[in-house]
Design a protein around this ligand. Structure first.
Ligand code: PLP
Length: 228
């Protein structure tokens, strides 16, 4: 079997086990297979093994490789999980079914404009910088309630959930719990949290979307270049 397809089947089994341990219905957890840095040839076996939801962190890269794949295979759902520049909002709204990184007023304004123009809205998640890390995107936890309200009141955007990326050097569970608490008090149903190393914890704390790359596709080459 292809190694990524075999990674996929292991990850699916691990998600099923985590759901069982947490007494959760596996249908409530969507696996977002993070294919960033991997070429179409590496992704196709995973699509052929039945995976349909994929995550990319750069608009430019996704634009280069996904249109041909969505043409070839039906039912593909694309999620943008990386930071988004306002000047790429149009391309992002056109290409993605979900955006996990809504985190500032200027981006809301750009997204609202493009949603209106294109007549379609991706599912939107607000990213929360739960560790208050200077280098990381996301709204600070103490600003989250006001920001979520402004997304709808000021920009007319529908926010469906929250996303977080815990600091690498800390136990992730408190960050997942905090994110779940902010979502609950704002009436948001979706929680994008959990990556290859910590998705079982995230599922135990209510994740509805786990973003898993290396456990499926293997280790990535070191990241170079600008974010998008
Ligand atoms: C790359 C990435 C992931 C996947 O990370 P893995 O550790 O490879 O599973 C998840 N979320 C975001 C935001 C990412 O950029």
């Amino acid at each position: 079997m292809d190694t990524a397809a075999s990674g996929l089947s292991h990850v699916r089994a691990d998600i099923a086990r985590a759901c069982r341990d947490a007494a959760r219905d596996p249908a409530g957890v969507t696996l977002v297979a993070v294919s960033k840095t991997f070429p179409a040839e590496a992704i196709e076996p995973v699509i052929e093994a039945g995976q349909r939801v994929f995550g990319e962190n750069r608009v430019q890269e996704a634009k280069g490789k996904w249109p041909a794949l969505t043409e070839k295979y039906s039912g593909i759902e694309l999620h943008l999980i990386g930071p988004l520049q306002s000047n790429k909002a149009r391309e992002a709204v056109a290409l993605f079914d979900a955006i996990h990184s809504v985190d500032r007023a200027s981006l809301c304004e750009a997204l609202a404009r493009e949603v209106e123009k294109l007549g379609k809205s991706p599912t939107l998640f607000v990213q929360v910088n739960t560790g208050a890390e200077a280098q990381k995107a996301g709204v600070l936890p103490q600003d989250a309630d006001a920001f979520i309200k402004a997304c709808s009141a000021t920009y007319g955007l529908t926010i469906s959930g929250l996303m977080c990326i815990p600091p690498v050097d800390e136990a992730p569970a408190p960050h997942f719990a905090l994110t779940a608490k902010i979502a609950q008090r704002n009436g948001l149903k979706l929680l994008s949290m959990g990556m290859s190393a910590d998705f079982a914890d995230a599922i135990a704390l209510g994740a509805t979307h786990v973003r898993i790359g290396s456990a499926i596709f293997g280790t990535r080459p070191p990241f170079k270049g600008a974010e998008a």
